[in-house]
Design a protein around this ligand. Structure first.
Ligand SMILES: Cc1ncc(COP(=O)(O)O)c(C=O)c1O
Length: 350
């Protein structure tokens, strides 16, 4: 066994784990290995600092999320949120599990195509789609999630010129009891904007309304908020059917589930305070199946879960460069890690 290095003694004030007025202490437990591979070996092979992602943890979390939803609802489709992590190796793990791609820019759209995702399995979100992006998406039969009226009119113009029917959904923002409300993106539910957009789509010859989308925020600690959002989207689907005899093919609940990490200043550990996939799934699926949507026309439930799917699988390893004592007598450590790190990457797979 390797001889342990001498470490000078330090005096630590005992904290029994009770949060003080600043929340839980931000002490981070050190780890010496990841999935059986010693941290030292990883650093020796890949340098320091280095990001490490665990493929098996990614797959396990995906399976857990899929189980929670698919046992409660018959038609589930996850779509990997490229912006959350668009490393090709990471995206390909999700695609190999059956995830489609959710993209928010021409850059991400091209990345999904380069990762062999069929155009018909791409959800195109975001408020900034160029004409060239829209042409590509219409030709590839991707699902375009319209953000605002100017985009709606551009799609009507472009699909008319192309003489092709664009497959579209609208992004809807709404009051779900989460404040401040995320109303920057999409059409508002309460003021009638979303209903107005849906009527315009239904009256256009060039557009096929396929879905309804929302993304209510991120690290949302209330599963109930998702139930409210799913009820509102279901209600829109019912209204579209009543007025136009048209069935919505999917409801997309976006992302925003809280991951299990503890945010700085939080009073209790994330794993104790954050809802589980089961909690979110219960709330969303109850709202849809208890709505007035006809059972033989249940829409597919799309999920664009990002952080809750990958946070636990990622590590950053680094090296202590020096120790210092600050004028306040606090101990300070200089490390080679920062949130701006763009160095090496290792993916531990099987
Ligand atoms: C439209 C959309 N979908 C999905 C996500 C992923 O969200 P999260 O990582 O919170 O699950 C985001 C993140 O901002 C988003 O804007």
């Amino acid at each position: 066994m390797e001889k342990l290095r001498y470490e000078r003694p330090v005096i630590n004030k005992i904290k029994a784990g009770v949060p003080d007025k600043f929340g839980m202490s931000t002490r981070i437990n050190t780890i010496t290995e990841i999935e059986g591979i010693p941290v030292k070996d990883i650093i020796k092979g890949y340098g320091s600092p280095v990001f490490v992602l665990s493929e098996s943890k990614i797959r396990d979390t995906y399976h857990e999320a899929y189980r929670a939803f698919s046992t409660r609802y018959p038609k589930i489709q996850f779509s990997w949120s490229y912006k959350t992590n668009y490393l090709d190796a990471v995206c390909k793990i999700y695609h190999s599990e059956g995830s489609w791609a959710e993209v928010v820019s021409g850059f991400e759209y091209d990345k999904a195509i380069a990762n062999d995702v069929d155009g018909g399995k791409i959800l195109f979100n975001g408020p900034d789609k160029s004409d060239a992006d829209l042409i590509k998406a219409i030709e590839n039969k991707s699902f375009i999630h319209i953000d605002h009226f100017d985009e709606l009119y551009s799609i009507i113009r472009i699909s008319g010129n192309l003489k092709l029917k664009a497959k579209v959904a609208i992004r809807v923002n709404m009051d779900t009891g989460i404040y401040p409300q995320w109303d920057r993106f999409g059409f508002n539910y309460e003021n009638g904007e979303a209903w107005n957009a849906l009527n315009r789509i239904m009256l256009s010859n060039n557009l096929e309304l396929v879905g309804l989308h929302t993304h209510i925020g991120t690290y949302i600690l209330s599963a109930n908020a998702y139930g409210i959002a799913a009820s509102k989207l279901s209600e829109l689907a019912v209204r579209v059917h009543r007025k136009f005899n048209h069935h919505i093919k999917y409801i997309d609940m976006g992302g925003g589930f809280a991951s299990k990490n503890t945010l700085k200043g939080a009073y209790l550990p994330g794993k104790d305070t954050c809802p589980s996939f089961d909690d979110y799934a219960e709330s969303i699926t109850s709202a849809i199946i208890n709505s007035e949507i006809q059972p033989d026309h249940l829409p597919t439930l799309f999920l664009e879960t990002g952080r809750a799917m990958i946070d636990d699988a990622a590590y950053i390893l680094g090296t202590v460069l020096a120790n210092k004592r600050l004028t306040s007598a606090r101990r300070s450590t200089i490390v080679d890690i920062g949130i701006n790190c763009h160095w090496s990457l290792m993916i531990i797979g099987h």
